[in-house]
Design a binder for this molecule. Structure first.
Ligand SMILES: Cc1cc2nc3c(=O)[nH]c(=O)nc-3n(C[C@H](O)[C@H](O)[C@H](O)COP(=O)(O)OP(=O)(O)OC[C@H]3O[C@@H](n4cnc5c(N)ncnc54)[C@H](O)[C@@H]3O)c2cc1C
Length: 352
């Protein structure tokens, strides 16, 4: 009999675990609460152009992720940084033009968008193996199995892996037997990467910034956007800018944010900056499937990869995965894959 494993969450961690464990001969069932896969990976089609409203870049030292991309025949390309950048120090002067330092660490993007990784990982899953709209609310450990209760149904397995950010897990999923007090304490104080960020993207007909010798890179102390990058595709046929907004704007309306970005774009690029074809944004702090009530400020990456996540819980029937549990590059896409590989090795030996 194949061992049955339920994976909670269909983000990069959950899909990767499903993909690998299925290959190892396990019976896998991924339960995703949302109507889409991907979690913090969110490539949106905007005016026929793919824009990243979640994870975008990887770096040469992200070995597990780069190996995965190679295995899935996914190509990478360098983030365009050619040309000058603009810097807005105060709101009383126009942004200054400056040369970007040479020999910077290169950031890479995924050809076709980061969601290409998700599509390749999930392409062979059946409807039973990957189920959307299944929000897990409770886990009940029995003597020889575990019941996972969603808002709609009960699923039973030999083992359950959560890929929820630990803080979200312990605040939104109930357990029949109380979790270890130390685990609860650490999970409540584990930072979830980018949970407060606001990302936006603008699609343009032409890359007008390149025509001015600009890279599309912009920094601002003033806002609303604090960082801006060229976001054109690999083929150089679709053109966009993408950036991050001041997180304090989360409670304003979308129209207010867009209006203020337009005014800032005019300061950076003149009339051409305002002539975009479409505007997209994602306020991640409003995402209930990422954000739980946070008791206090946490330093970025606080407790990511803590040793409590290396243990098994509920008498060996419950494992905590997800990028933030990775001892290597926790919070990043690399962390999701690194931790996934650890768990696959662990389970191969456990069920030998
Ligand atoms: C704006 C932004 C920019 C980023 N930029 C980068 C970058 O450039 N490079 C990089 O390496 N990383 C980046 N990251 C981080 C990267 O996206 C994450 O490290 C990675 O996607 C985490 O994957 P995960 O599967 O571990 O977690 P998640 O993506 O958070 O997946 C968890 C999944 O669980 C689901 N879920 C939640 N609750 C339940 C429930 N009760 N029942 C069932 N399912 C549930 C969620 O819907 C989600 O799909 C960025 C993140 C954001 C938000």
């Amino acid at each position: 009999m194949k061992k049955k494993i339920i994976i909670i969450g269909g983000g990069l961690s959950g899909l990767y675990l499903g993909y690998k464990l299925k290959k190892e001969g396990f019976s896998i069932h991924i339960l995703e609460a949302n109507t889409r896969i991907g979690g913090r990976i969110f490539t949106k089609n905007s005016n026929h152009t793919k824009v990243e409203l979640g994870a975008t870049w990887l770096w040469r030292y992200n070995e597990s992720l780069i190996n995965l991309c190679a295995a899935l025949q996914i190509s990478l390309y360098e983030q365009n940084m050619t040309g000058d950048a603009l810097y807005e120090a105060v709101n009383t002067t126009i942004p200054e033009r400056f040369q970007l330092p040479r020999h910077q660490e290169i950031s890479y993007r995924v050809v076709g968008g980061t969601a290409t990784i998700l599509e390749k990982l999930s392409q062979d899953f059946s409807g039973d193996e990957l189920q959307l709209n299944e929000k897990v609310v409770r886990i009940d450990a029995n003597k020889n199995s575990v019941d996972v209760l969603t808002e709609n149904a009960t699923f039973t397995a030999d083992l359950v892996i959560s890929t929820l950010p630990p803080q979200l897990l312990v605040n939104t999923v109930a357990f029949s037997a109380p979790l270890d007090a130390n685990l609860l304490e650490i999970a409540n104080n584990t930072h979830t990467w980018m949970k407060d960020s606001i990302k936006f993207a603008l699609v343009y007909k032409t890359p007008f910034w390149k025509e001015k010798g600009l890279s599309g890179v912009g920094f601002s102390n003033v806002g609303p956007f604090t960082e801006l990058y060229d976001h054109s595709d690999f083929e150089n046929t679709h053109f966009a800018l993408m950036g991050f907004l001041n997180a304090g704007l989360a409670n304003e309306s979308k129209a207010y944010r867009e209006e203020n970005i337009r005014a800032q774009l005019f300061k950076f690029f003149g009339e051409a900056g305002k002539n975009y074809l479409s505007y997209e944004e994602k306020v991640w702090s409003q995402e209930s499937l990422l954000h739980s009530a946070t008791p206090s400020f946490l330093n970025p990456h606080a407790n990511n990869g803590h040793p409590v996540y290396q243990q098994e819980y509920l008498k060996g029937k419950f494992i905590i995965a997800g990028s933030e549990t990775s001892p290597s590059y926790g919070g990043y896409m690399e962390g999701a894959i690194y931790r996934g590989n650890q768990i696959v090795e662990q389970l191969k030996h456990k069920f030998e």
